[in-house]
Design a protein around this ligand. Structure first.
Ligand SMILES: [Zn+2]
Ligand SMILES: [Zn+2]
Length: 267
């Protein structure tokens, strides 16, 4: 039993570290050292993150990952005791359920993130914990996991709730974490790559953009959603400056573009 727990801890440590290396470290290197200097016209916020800010983000991210490790051990314990709905063989529920369950997990996380994030902004006792994340201004890929341990607990709690409530294949618990980190990393880059007319497109207008979350870090109020813009629209919590800011960034990009292909694609 002890050796199994130790093996699980080693596996989780490797999993969390690899994700951090790819999305936080890799994302920062790619956007700020490799690509960033070549594309200043895509920058959303003009000011640069200081070395002190990045150091703080790395330290807080480490604490967040310790919290995630503790919560993963709780899920492991609940699984071993037979309390979770986690399953391990796709055939148990079939491929259709396997595919649909992750879509449901994604939608539920979109709602969970919006409401817990909004609560952390609007309910005084939680504000001081969440504002630790807002010290990242402008945000960087290292901000993605830069939380106070209380917020790290709230963010990680979602995986426990899902494990207890929704029959979900064990693969999705890991794959969805990587997907969430990847989207989070995009939201915390200071660069915009979406289509120029995204905000007026019939379907794509419901997606969130890096500008959306950068504005959130700048003004602290409004723009609480993560993957989609639906909850912010539905609840009237989009920042009034969001669309203007997006258009201004895209107009700056259009002027600076030299590639005919990029101009044609309006990216
Ligand atoms: Zn916030
Ligand atoms: Zn953020």
């Amino acid at each position: 039993m002890l050796s199994e727990v130790l093996l699980f801890i080693a596996f989780m440590a490797l999993f969390l570290t690899l994700n951090y290396l790819v999305f936080a470290f890799g994302g920062h290197w790619f956007f700020y050292h490799y690509l960033g200097p070549k594309i200043p016209h895509r920058r959303i916020l003009e000011n640069e993150a200081s070395n002190a800010q990045i150091l703080k983000e790395k330290r807080r991210s480490f604490h967040t990952q310790i919290m995630f490790m503790i919560l993963a051990l709780v899920i492991y314990g609940l699984y071993r005791a037979g309390y979770t709905k986690i399953y391990t063989t796709i055939d148990e529920r079939g491929y259709l359920y396997f595919a649909l369950s992750v879509l449901l997990m994604h939608q539920l996380h979109d709602a969970y993130f919006y409401w817990t994030h909004r609560l952390m902004h609007q309910w005084k006792p939680l504000q001081k914990y969440h504002f630790v994340h807002h010290e990242s201004a402008p945000p960087t890929p290292y901000s993605s996991l830069s939380f106070h341990p209380v917020e790290a607990f709230i963010q990680g709690l979602y995986w426990i709730i899902i494990s207890l409530m929704l029959p979900i294949h064990v693969y999705w618990l890991f794959a969805f974490y990587s997907f969430m980190f990847y989207i989070n990393m995009w939201g915390h880059t200071s660069y915009e790559f979406w289509h120029k007319d995204l905000l007026t497109h019939k379907i794509l207008k419901h997606l969130n953009t890096p500008t959306h979350h950068n504005i959130h870090h700048k003004y602290h109020k409004a723009n609480f959603s993560i993957y989609y813009n639906l909850w912010d629209k539905l609840c009237g919590t989009n920042h009034p400056e969001y669309e203007n800011h997006y258009r201004a960034v895209k107009a700056k990009t259009e002027l600076a573009k030299t590639s005919k292909l990029m101009k044609m694609m309006k990216l």
